[in-house]
Design a protein around this ligand. Structure first.
Ligand code: FES
Ligand code: FES
Length: 155
């Protein structure tokens, strides 16, 4: 089984095809950005971006990644530095415990990649189902707005 992971091709033994994609990424490929939260597709902590769409990797079989383009939090930064979302997250001091933040950032990444000028209601709709029990939602919304401006400015 072969797919693209963080811009590089990876080959995975076929016997792992039935594992949840989350377990493949964390336990076999050493990527700990995506988190195990609920395990049933409800919280968003495990979100990765597959072919540009945010997907909950706890409820996807690894086989679903075959031939596709998977991006995890580890792949967000580019050679020339942190992604604007990551910079905005730092500047707004978003995380509290941090557990949900992978899902927040990856969901926001997919949104801004598809809709660079997303307005407040689009941001709200996209982020609504990604849970944060620490109450960081206001800072998340501010950070996305800041990242949107950074991206618009070519930063
Ligand atoms: S761990 Fe996947 S949605 Fe909660
Ligand atoms: S920062 Fe703790 S759950 Fe979101």
């Amino acid at each position: 089984m072969r797919f693209t992971l963080n811009r590089r091709p990876v080959d995975v033994p076929d016997e792992l095809a039935d594992e949840p994609l989350l377990f493949l990424l964390r336990d076999h490929l050493g990527l700990n950005g995506p988190r195990f939260g609920c395990g049933v597709g409800s919280c968003g902590a495990c979100t990765v971006v597959v072919d540009g769409q945010p997907e909950r990797s706890c409820v996807q079989p690894a086989a679903a990644a075959e031939g596709r383009d998977v991006l995890t939090l580890e792949g967000l930064a580019e050679a020339d530095g942190l992604h604007p979302l990551q910079r905005a997250w730092i500047e707004e001091s978003v995380p509290q415990c941090g557990y949900c933040q992978n899902g927040q950032i990856m969901t926001a990444f997919a949104l801004l990649a598809a809709r660079p000028d997303a307005g407040a209601s689009e941001i709200e709709a996209a982020m609504d189902g990604v849970l944060c029990r620490c109450g960081t939602q206001p800072r998340i919304r501010r950070a996305i707005t800041r990242a949107r401006a950074l991206m618009a400015g070519g930063a």
